[in-house]
Design a protein around this ligand. Structure first.
Ligand code: ARG
Length: 450
């Protein structure tokens, strides 16, 4: 017998059914635990407003808790006939509890149900990604403390430009990660609102207590406009993947820099054996594949975002079945981002700076601009000083060695800047920790009736 919620006796061609269901039975396994959490909040709210009896609320929450645990253990299968996680949950509850299960859909549509499950899923993803970014920033902090004074030639246009330092390079990575954390906290705010009650997208003429659902799930707000709640499908997913692709842009630069630093011609860094892989034909080789695949996966993230933009960006208001297709690039993007965040700490910890190589690459020409500034300090207009230095270089009459100490002042500023950045991050960390605590406490309590 069909378990489809909308089955009223007419027949749909099996090929049409398979086509419309698509990959939902697989992709919805990621949403199912979150839908259990959302459904438990919904059941408790229905109980509170008198649309469900107290004993039904208890048994629904208990069964949803069991299904949640099975899902987490990977034991749940969604059949083609069930279409998606929403039907799988309702059929399970109805099979186990009869009428109580048949009441769970009171006042909601799969349209607002999937909105809530997706937001809870994204909230969990954002929290974990933020925690991993904090961990990476902390690792970078340790590297800054270890390596700060090592010299590093600064390049523009891939040409030697000015003196720089390893500390200055680590500081840049730290700032970029801090900006990502700041943006991630904003993404957390975007998804932290209750869409349930929007129904199919036009509100529901039942006395639902949407604020209570928000409180039970530690959601900070209730979506005011039911149409906008529905229109947020795709928008919030795009925001999340945009954030991830911006994270990709940061990681891509870091991995590119390290690849260049690692080139035989540079040898600014070495990578330990654990971070490199071999060649099947060239016996001498150890390759930085991990860095290349970090770069490659950052590109994949942009691909996921692009797919999401095409699928969801061109639609008129309200629900359209196209929106089902936002889940695949979302889940794929989340997995790719997770794999990047998992491996990055190893890379940060593993880089070995080659002191001697770095020192030997600090050629005099890097100090040319400092020479012009030395003249400026003696009162020469900058453009004149610039020309004088250029002429000295052309004539081979340079003495840049005396300028090396001028970098010390910059190194001090780098250290101060890093201190400030650490303080800023400490503030963001405590905001994150407070949000994570509130959210996880609420989620962990949702299946247990008071
Ligand atoms: N699987 C569907 C999705 O992800 C669930 C919502 C179905 N709603 C509907 N009106 N057919 O969008």
């Amino acid at each position: 017998m069909s378990t489809r919620l909308w089955d009223k006796g007419q027949t749909t061609d099996a090929r049409v059914l398979a086509f419309t269901v698509g990959n939902d039975p697989q992709v919805d396994l990621y949403l199912l635990p979150w839908d259990c959490i959302g459904s438990a909040a919904h059941a408790r709210m229905l109980g509170a407003v008198g649309l469900l009896e107290h004993k039904d609320v208890s048994s629904l929450c208990a069964k949803l808790g069991l299904l949640f645990e099975q899902a987490v253990r990977g034991e749940v299968v969604i059949s083609l006939d069930q279409e998606d996680c929403h039907t799988a949950i309702e059929s399970y509850l109805t099979k186990e509890l009869g009428d109580a299960g048949a009441r769970i859909h009171t006042g909601r549509s799969r349209n607002d149900q999937v909105l809530l499950a997706s937001r809870l899923y994204m909230r969990g993803v954002i929290l974990s990604a933020l925690e991993q970014l904090v961990g990476i920033a902390d690792e970078i902090g340790k590297r800054f403390a270890m390596d700060t004074d090592l010299p590093l030639p600064g390049y523009t246009h891939l040409q030697p430009a000015m003196p720089s330092s390893v500390g200055m390079w680590w500081h840049a990575q730290y700032e970029a990660i801090t900006r990502l954390i700041e943006q991630g906290l904003a993404r957390l705010l975007s998804v932290n609102s209750n869409p349930l009650g929007a129904g199919a997208g036009f509100d529901t003429p039942l006395p639902l207590n949407r604020k209570l659902v928000a409180e039970l799930l530690a959601l900070e707000r209730v979506d005011r406009s039911p149409i906008d709640a529905q229109n947020s499908r795709g928008r919030l997913e795009r925001e999340l993947l945009f954030w991830f692709s911006e994270m990709g842009a940061v990681v891509e630069k870091l991995s590119w820099d390290l690849q260049m630093f690692h080139m035989r011609e540079f040898q600014f860094i070495s990578l330990p054996d654990e971070l490199t892989t071999g060649s099947s034909i060239m016996p001498q080789k150890r390759n930085p594949d991990v860095l290349e695949l970090l770069r490659g996966r950052c590109a994949s993230l942009r691909g996921c975002l692009t797919e999401l933009q095409w699928v969801s960006g061109k639609l008129p208001s309200n629900y359209h079945r196209d929106l089902q297709l936002v889940k695949e690039p979302l889940v794929r993007g989340v997995q790719v981002a997770g794999s990047i965040l998992d491996i990055l700490p190893l890379v940060v910890q593993g880089v070995c700076w080659n002191k001697q190589e770095l020192a030997s690459k600090m050629h005099d020409e890097l100090y040319a601009t400092y020479d012009a500034f030395r003249r400026v300090r003696q009162g020469v207009p900058f453009r004149t000083a610039y020309k004088e230095t250029a002429a000295a270089i052309a004539a081979g009459k340079t003495d840049f060695a005396a300028l090396r100490d001028d970098f010390k002042e910059i190194a001090q500023r780098t250290a101060l800047g890093f201190q400030e950045a650490m303080q800023e991050l400490a503030g963001l960390k405590s905001r994150l920790a407070a949000a994570a605590r509130t959210i996880r406490t609420a989620e962990a309590a949702i299946f247990c009736m008071p």
